[in-house]
Design a protein around this ligand. Structure first.
Ligand code: FES
Ligand code: FES
Length: 160
């Protein structure tokens, strides 16, 4: 298959990249654009290690062919998260550091992106994030940092 141009907004910048239509966005981000915050775990939409945002909502770039991304779509990865609040670190990242959440760290960019999206979703429904929301986050952590993740999401949500 021949390469075509794909244009979209990535972390605040309009970019154009040449790639075959069926290449998954995760590989475009990591291999072609050098944006390696979204991690590769399963490539099947299961582990959630690649979790990023499309138009402010969580999604898995490993499961989306680059041709499905529209020019008006805005992709945010962990690299672009602080700029969404105009700071060096997003409040969720500050909470993560405060509570010393990470162990090996591999799953953590995806965990933070999932957390921010979930807090936004609860806020859009007019409520604070609760345990039922946290139960819906399916990001896998092989190191088992789940208890600290839950505490950090509640703490980070207070700063959002
Ligand atoms: S790598 Fe995307 S969900 Fe596992
Ligand atoms: S901190 Fe190691 S996989 Fe989550």
């Amino acid at each position: 298959m021949s390469k075509t141009s794909h244009t979209f907004k990535l972390n605040g910048e309009q970019i154009t990249v040449e790639a075959e239509d069926d290449v998954r966005l995760l590989w475009v981000l990591r291999d072609l654009l050098g944006v390696t915050g979204p991690k590769y775990g399963c490539g099947l939409g299961v582990c959630q290690a690649c979790t990023s945002h499309i138009n402010g909502k969580a999604f898995n770039p490993c499961s989306v062919p680059v041709s499905k991304i529209e020019p008006g779509d805005e992709i945010t990865t962990i690299e672009g998260l602080p700029a969404t609040v105009g700071k060096d670190l997003h409040p969720m990242q500050e909470a993560w550091l405060e509570l010393d959440v990470a162990q090996c760290g591999y799953c953590q960019p995806g965990q933070i992106m999932a957390a921010v999206a979930k807090v936004r979703q609860a806020a859009a429904a007019g409520r604070e994030i609760g345990d039922a929301d946290l139960d819906e986050i399916r990001n896998i952590c092989r190191c088992g940092t789940y208890t600290r993740i839950r505490e950090a999401i509640k703490a980070g949500a207070k700063g959002m």
